[in-house]
Design a protein around this ligand. Sequence first.
Ligand code: ME8
Length: 656
Amino acid sequence: MADYFYVTTPIYYVNAVPHLGTFYTTIVADALARYHRARGADTYFLTGTDEHGQKIERMAQELGASPQAYCDGIVAQFKKTWEGMGVSYDRFIRTTDADHHAAVEAMWRRISANGDIYLADYDAMYCVGCEGWKTEEDVVEVDGNKLCPLHRRPVERVREQNYFFRLSKYADKLLALYERPGFIRPESRKNEVTEFVKSGLRDLSISRTSVKWGIPVPNDPKHVVYVWLDALTNYVSALGGPDRVLTDPRSQALWGACTHLIAKDILRFHAVYWPAFLLSAGLPPPKGVFCHGYITVKGQKISKSIPATRVDPNLVAGALGADTLRYFVLREYSLGGDGDFTYEALFQRHESDLGNDLGNLVNRTVSMACTLSDGFDAPHRSGYSAGDPLSEEELLLRTAAAEATRAASKAWDDFQPSRALEATWAMIRAGNVYLDRTAPWKLKKAGKTAELRDILANTCEVIRRAAMMVAPAMPAAAGEILRQIGREPDLGRWPVEDWGGWPGGKLCEPKPIFPRVEPDRQKELIATWLDQTPPVKVVAAASAATQAAVEIAIEDFQKLDLRAAKVVQAEAVPKTEKLLKLTLDLGGESRTVVTGIAGAYAPADLVGRTVLYFANLKPAKIRGVISQGMILAAGGENVLALCSFDREVPAGAKVK
Ligand code: ME8
C-alpha cells in the first residue's frame, strides 16, 4: 500500500512579514516533508496566507489600499522569503484563491445541511488581534476597559445578528477523538484541550455582518463567513474541497495522513473548532495536530508587536546562508517545548556543528583525496579481497552509521528533528574520529596506497550518507557536499541502514561549505542585524496621525500628579507576556504598578532607574494585583522607550 504524508503550517496573517516564529514552523514542516519524500512517501506540504477578516480589512483601509492589493504585496514577500529559505511547499494557498472560496461555501452548506447552523442576535466581545470572541474570563479589566491579555488592547463590543454553529453538540465526540492515540501531540496539550472541552462548550458565532472583507455566506451575502471557519478550511481546499476529500482516493489518503503543525496560540482553533466543523460536515478529522512551543527572544515570545523580539530570517540567511539558520532552529529546539533565541547560540552551532564537525569532515576528506589520491574515485575496498576481516576502526564506523540512520529515521518519524540531527551528528563525529585514528596522510608516505584509498572510500561513504541525512534540514549544503564528493546532488533518497559501501565518484576541488566567521565579524554582524531588522508588523503610516489629540485646559493638566519615581523592584507577572509588576519609591512612600512594558524591558534592566510616574490615576486591579497609577513611555501599543530625566532627581520629585 502506498504510504502518504501530508503536513500543513498555519496560514499566516498578512499583517506581518515573515519572522523567526513563522520561519520556525515553516522550516520544521519543510524538513519533515523533505524527509518523507526522501523515504518514498507520497507527500504533500501546504502553507499559505490568511487574508480575510477585520484585522486585514482595517489595515488596508489605514494604508489607503484595497484589501486585495494590500494582501498581494505581503504575499509576494512571503513567497520570496520562503523561496530564499528553500521551502519546498507543494502549494502556497491564499484564502483569496477561487478554489478555496468554493471549498468554504461547500463546507458551510454541508454544516448547514446537518442542521448545525442557526441565526441569533449576538452581543459579545471580540478581539480583532486574535480574530476571536472573548468571554468575561478571557479579558482583563484596566481602568474600566476590558483588554485582550494577548494583544493588550480593548476588546470591541459586537452587537449583530450572526449565524451560530452548534459547537456544544460536539463535546462528547471531541472528547472521544482526543483518545485516539497521537491525535494531539505532545500529550500535555491533549490534557489542556480535554480540560477546556470538559469545562463546557458554547455555540460559536460563525458569521459577521459588520465585516465586508471575507467570503459571503451562501444564500445570505449580508454576512461574511467568520475568518477562522474560512481559514481552517484551507487544509481541505488544497485537496480539492470537502467533496473530493470524501471521493478521490489520493485526497482521501492524504487527508488521513495529515498533521497540522501549529504553535500553542492557535491550539483551540485546531483541536476544538476545526474537528467539530469537520464532524458536522461529515468529514473525518485529520490524523492529528502537533503543537510546538514558542521561540522567545530574551524570554519574550517573538511577536509582531514587540520590537525587542525582532529577528529577521532574511538578514541572517543573507550573511550565513539559509541552511545555517534552518539547521539552527531544527537542532536547537526540541519540537513541542519553548526555546530562547540568541545570535550567539546561532554562531556557536555554525562554528562547531557545521564548521568543525560536518564541514571539517568533508573538507579534509576532499582535500586529501585530491592531493594524496589524485581526485580519488575508486569504489570501496579496492585493496582487499571481499573476505578480509574489517579493521576495528571500520567496524566502529559502520556500526555508528547504521545506528545513526536507524535513530534519525525514528526521530524524523516521531516529529523530532532535533533528535534526528543529533543522531546524524553522532555518525559525522564518528567519521572524524575514524580519520584521526586511521591517519591516511601517513599511509601515503608509507606507500600504502590501497589502504589509503579504502580509508578515503569509507569516509566518502559516511559523507554521502551524512549529506542525504542532513538534506531535510540543509538541502543546499547537502547538494554541495554531494557535488564535492563527485555524486549527483540527488537528495530525493533516504539512506538505507545497511552499509552498501562507496559507489565511487570523482572528487572535486575542496571548498569550505560553512566558512568560519571570526569573533569580531560575528559581533559586527549581530550589531548590523539588530540595527537593520525592520518591524515585522506592517504599521499603517497614517495610524498615529489619525489619533488626533483633543485639546484640554491647563487646569485639566494640573490635575495630573506627575512624579519622578525610583524602581526598587521589578518582576514579571506570571502567565502574562507583557506585564511587569514594579515597586516604586516615591521618596519614602512605596507604590505598586503593573505595566505592559515587558516586551521592551527586562525586569533586571529597570531596577535603579528613575521613571516618570502618573501618581493619581485611579487604581485598577490587573491580574489580581492592584496597580496604583502608571509609568509613562513613548510609543503606542509597542513601547519604544520609557520616559526618564536628563540628570539625577530625588525620588518623589514633582513634575509639571
Ligand atoms: O494565527 N514561536 O496566523 P499568525 C513559534 N492566521 N512559532 C510562532 C511564533 C513564535 N514566537 N510566532 C508565530 C494565525 N509563530 C492564523 C492561523 S490557520 C488556519 C490560521 C507561528 O500569522 C506559529 O506556527 O498569527 C503560530 O501558530 C503561527 O505562527 C501564528 O501565525
